[in-house]
Structures are given as C-alpha cells and as structure tokens.
Design a protein around this ligand. Structure first.
Ligand code: ADP
Ligand code: MG
Length: 265
C-alpha cells in the first residue's frame, strides 16, 4: 500500500522542501521505496536532490499537461536513493494551463501518478508556497497532508486558510484526505517563542503534532548546495539525526493507523 503525502503550507520558507528531501532520504535508509514529486516552480527539491533543474529534459510541466508519462520524466536513484519527478520554472506555465483546462483539471497529478504508484512505498509531494491549482492537485493525489510549521511568531497565521482548503477538497474531490501531522521545523529550544508556539500547536492539534522537532541546523541549509540530502552530506549532524527520527515516527504512526483505514485523525 503506497502512502502519498502532500507536504504543504502556503507560507514560504517554513521547511517544506527541506522536509521533503530529507524525509525521503531517511525513509530510503529505512529500506523504503520513495518517489519525490517537486510541485514548486522554484524547483528547490529538484536541485536539493542533485538534479540540474535547467537540464532535466521533460519535467512536471509535461507530466501535468499530459505530454509525458512519469516513466519518461522521473530521475531514478538520485544521491539520496529516491526517485524524483523534477520541476523548474516551466511549472508556472502548467499552473496557467491547468486553469484553462476544463473538467478534471484538479485530478491531473493523481492520474499521472497512477502508472507508477505501485512501485513506491511513499510518494512525497513538495507543494508550492500558495493554495493554487498545483497544491489542489497535490491534495487530490494525496492520501494525507504533512504540514511543516516554523516555530516563530506568525506560525499559526494562515493555518486556517490551509485547513479550510483541505476541508474543501475533502468535501469534494478527495473525501479520504487526512491530515497526517504537523512538524515543528527550525526549532530552537533555547528560544521562548519556539517553546510557546510549540506548546500552542500541541494544544490546538492534540495527537497530530510530531514529537520529533526539527532543530535549526546549518548542515540542513548547506546540504542542498551540494545536491545532497543531509544524511549523505553529514550523517552525524543534528539535522540528519532529527530527520531519521521523523521518518521512524512516521513509519510508527503509519503502522498504528494505516492510510487505508481512512477517517479523520
Ligand atoms: P519552503 O520549502 O517551505 O519554502 P525550505 O525548506 O526551502 O522552505 O527552507 C527555507 C530555508 O531555510 C532554506 O534556505 C533552507 O535551507 C533553510 N532551512 C530549512 N530548514 C532548516 C533547518 N531546520 N535549519 C536550518 N535551516 C533550515
Ligand atoms: Mg520549497
């Protein structure tokens, strides 16, 4: 059974891409087969996985426009051991193309992934920093949403809009979509604000906040410039240890409540 996880938060810079790339590598190191789908025209996940985004051949633009199959778009076995469906600036045009497409435009990604889904244990979708049609496509293709939250002053702002969008998708195109969890990123335990926001999240979303906190760690910020997940860049770093712990927690949660069970948690 494949778990398809949309990693989303319409705020930029909260750690979506960092979480996608490093969770993907950490799941691979647990023996899982993983596909990372870059759905952000910025192509940061593509670059972070070691792919030259300006020389990818066919990308998710062609995939969403129905011009290329995933088998022709994916890059297999990147440095982190996972496969990637890459993106670059072309994806901006896909957003416009989707807007102009008619019926079923929010189901393009779901349909495109169907031929390769069974090859993977986990498909992680790195969403753009907005609640646009690309993100809606991710929510329709996904079983669950993972929400990275940066523990800072405005952390909770915008969360309502995100939850409303998820709710709307649940009521229309994807009734079985669930919130998998919230992850605290760039956490600094010495900072009162980090602790306050962390506590606020636990109070608002009981049972849904990951126990693993991702610390602020410079190795996590450096790794993408080497085209590697932190696990391959500096295995002993606090960032690498944290993402391994996050993967273990995700696998434990999945065992306790498999996606196939459905329902809202
Ligand atoms: P998003 O995809 O939500 O826009 P990113 O994952 O790209 O966010 O992170 C934004 C910036 O913060 C990037 O430069 C990234 O390298 C850095 N970053 C992310 N997580 C951490 C962390 N835990 N520690 C240090 N830097 C981080
Ligand atoms: Mg990003």
């Amino acid at each position: 059974m494949t778990q398809t996880l949309a990693v989303a938060n319409q705020k930029g810079g909260v750690g979506k891409t960092t979480t996608c790339v490093n969770l993907a590598a950490s799941l691979v190191s647990n023996g899982r087969r993983v596909l990372l789908v870059d759905l952000d025209p910025q192509g940061n996940a593509t670059v972070g996985a070691g792919i030259d985004k300006d020389d990818v051949g066919a990308s998710n633009y062609e995939l969403l426009m129905g011009e290329a199959a995933p088998e022709a778009v994916r890059h297999c076995r990147t440095g982190g051991g996972f496969d990637v469906l890459p993106a670059n600036g072309d994806l901006t045009a896909a957003e416009v193309g989707l807007m102009e497409a008619g019926e079923g435009r929010e189901k393009r990604l779901q349909q495109a992934l169907s031929s390769v889904r069974a090859e993977y244990d986990h498909i992680l979708i790195d969403c753009p920093p907005s609640l646009n049609l690309l993100t809606i496509n991710a929510f329709v293709a996904a079983d669950q949403v993972l929400i990275p939250i940066q523990c800072e002053y405005y952390a909770l702002e915008g969360l309502t809009a995100l939850l409303n969008t998820i709710h709307r998708v649940q009521q229309t195109v994807n009734p079985s979509l669930e919130i998998e969890g919230l992850v605290r990123t760039m956490f600094d335990g010495r900072n009162n604000l980090s602790n306050q926001v962390g506590a606020q999240l636990l109070a608002h979303f009981p049972g849904q906040v990951y126990r693993t906190q991702i610390p602020r760690n410079v190795r996590l910020a450096e790794a993408p410039s080497h085209g590697l997940p932190v696990l391959q860049y500096d295995r002993a770093s606090r960032g690498a240890v944290a993402y391994l712990a996050l993967a273990s927690e995700l696998l434990r949660r999945q065992q306790a409540a498999p996606a196939s069970a459905g329902g809202v948690r």
